[in-house]
Design a protein around this ligand. Structure first.
Ligand SMILES: Nc1ncnc2c1ncn2[C@@H]1O[C@H](COP(=O)(O)OP(=O)(O)OP(=O)(O)O)[C@@H](O)[C@H]1O
Ligand SMILES: [Mg+2]
Length: 313
């Protein structure tokens, strides 16, 4: 029988080694000692777990290897009670490791990825599972997009994509690149951060960047760190301010934001409420290391809703 979810998350885990409380950025020939450390799975794991904690039925189609890093990510997902039926376990290492030197407002990374399988878990899942929403936790405009979208549309799934881009070189030409344009155009909801929105549109001004994205995508949620977030919906710009807090580590804030926004959106809440749910889920995640160090559930979000600063405009 087809498995049915609220959200089908596609994409792989990473294993994040997060160093906090550093006196300076790592430097050749120097031993820099951190006062804080955490080891947590990240990338698609963050999205799947954040949505699951917010009460959504999540199916995560991810590939794993037989290495200790994959095993750790699987164990963590199992201990959260996440549905693991869409996991694909390969008989070879699939190590995806990221070492982060994390400062309250900036991070530097050192990363290693084993090659991805030719046919990702995502395509296998789309042939057997159904969901209200297909969610890709980063800008994807690769060769499998069309096939994936056809399968998703055949099952009447909506499509949402986060704007995560590893580095500017991964989005050459921005929206004037036909493949990138098509990916954004195919999304029912697109969630970039401010620098991704600027990079994709070539517009420095955030309102103009938002409008340019809104011309090809019906709903855009734009994350802007401590300033909160903006949405383009129904031809209008909406804004909700962020929580006032002192972040410890902003790793995964954007992914948690997207989870919060999507939870409210799937619950058919007004756009302003979706922005607030995103700001609370994203903001609270900065109070602990990684994207999942701080647990955000619906009761926690509702507790914070009255404490959000008022919108300026
Ligand atoms: N310093 C902060 N104070 C309050 N809220 C914050 C802060 N940083 C992030 N947030 C909240 O989290 C959301 C997402 O953060 P951000 O804009 O940094 O996303 P991002 O750059 O995509 O993050 P990521 O690095 O995880 O991809 C913001 O829109 C805001 O709601
Ligand atoms: Mg992001």
């Amino acid at each position: 029988m087809a498995k049915t979810y609220d959200v089908l998350v596609v994409g792989n885990y990473s294993l994040d080694l997060i160093f906090t409380g550093l006196p300076q950025m790592p430097e050749l020939g120097k031993d820099i000692v951190a006062s804080g450390f955490a080891m947590l799975p990240g990338e698609a794991y963050t999205s799947a777990i954040a949505m699951h904690r917010l009460g959504l039925q999540v199916g995560w189609a991810g590939d794993f290897g037989d290495d200790e890093f994959s095993r750790f990510a699987i164990q963590q997902a199992e201990s959260e009670g996440l549905d693991t039926r869409l996991f694909v376990r390969h008989h070879r290492p699939l190590r995806r490791i990221s070492v982060a030197a994390s400062f309250p407002h900036e991070r530097g990374f050192l990363t290693y990825y084993d090659p991805d399988p030719a046919i990702p878990a995502a395509l296998k899942a789309l042939a057997t599972a159904s969901a209200r929403l297909l969610y890709v936790p980063g800008l994807y405009y690769g060769s499998l997009l069309e096939a994936g979208l056809q399968l998703a549309r055949a099952r009447k799934m909506k499509f949402a994509m986060d704007g995560n881009i590893g580095c500017p070189e991964q989005a050459p030409g921005g929206l004037s690149n036909p493949a990138i344009r098509k990916a954004v155009q195919s999304s029912n909801l697109f969630l970039p951060n401010a620098s991704e929105a600027r990079l994709l549109t070539g517009q420095d001004d955030l309102a103009q960047a938002l409008q340019a994205l809104g011309q090809i995508c019906p709903l855009v949620a734009l994350k802007d760190g401590k300033n909160g977030s903006y949405a383009w919906a129904g031809g209008q710009i909406h804004h909700a301010p962020g929580l006032r807090l002192e972040p410890l580590d902003t790793t995964g804030a954007g992914d948690c934001y997207s989870a919060g926004f999507i939870k409210a959106w799937l619950d058919d809440l007004p756009i302003e409420e979706c922005l607030r749910w995103g700001n609370i889920a994203g903001g609270l995640s900065t109070l602990a290391p990684g994207g999942t160090g701080y647990r955000v559930n619906p009761a926690e979000v509702r507790k914070w809703l009255p404490r959000l600063p008022e919108t300026a405009s």
